[in-house]
Design a protein around this ligand. Structure first.
Ligand SMILES: [Zn+2]
Ligand SMILES: [Zn+2]
Length: 158
């Protein structure tokens, strides 16, 4: 456990959060032991924190202690995510780049934007108005041309 825990500390902010979380756990009399609800593997709250660094230590602690929530280990989560990706793929396999019109498949898009949570990815993918680009270059070109007002013309002529 400790090996995973120390390897994942890679910045001061996370370290600070870990310290705060430690204090919260120490001051609590009923710290929950958790296992993956699917495979039964022991779960570590510090792994949970480092996978969800956007949350405060307090929020992490509250989620962890919430009796209504169940947690997955990393492997089961990955599996779950691949199931959900398949479900999103059923909505549409590909989208077109708003700038160049090239087709982008869901898996490529997901890999490039892996900071997106699965529900955010789903929202973007099924929204016909969502601005989807092959890469940041197409996004930049699009924004540059949009600011010059040439895009409307270009798209009207298509
Ligand atoms: Zn599991
Ligand atoms: Zn493009």
């Amino acid at each position: 456990m400790d090996i995973i825990f120390y390897r994942k500390i890679n910045n001061a902010q996370l370290w600070d959060k870990i310290q705060k979380l430690r204090e919260l756990i120490k001051s609590s009399k009923t710290f929950k032991k958790r296992v993956c609800w699917k495979c039964g593997k022991d779960l570590n709250i510090y792994d949970f924190l480092s996978d969800n660094v956007e949350y405060t230590p307090k929020a992490i602690f509250k989620l962890w202690q919430n009796p209504l929530l169940e947690f997955h280990c990393c492997e089961c989560f990955k599996l779950l995510k691949s199931h959900e990706l398949r479900a999103i793929e059923n909505i549409s396999k590909t989208r077109k780049c708003l700038y160049c019109g090239k087709e982008i498949d869901l898996y490529t898009y997901n890999k490039r934007n892996n900071y997106l949570k699965i529900y955010e990815l789903k929202e973007i993918w099924q929204d016909p108005k969502a601005e989807i680009f092959c890469d940041s270059l197409c996004r930049k070109k699009y924004n540059r041309e949009a600011s010059r007002g040439v895009l409307n013309l270009k798209f009207k002529n298509r």
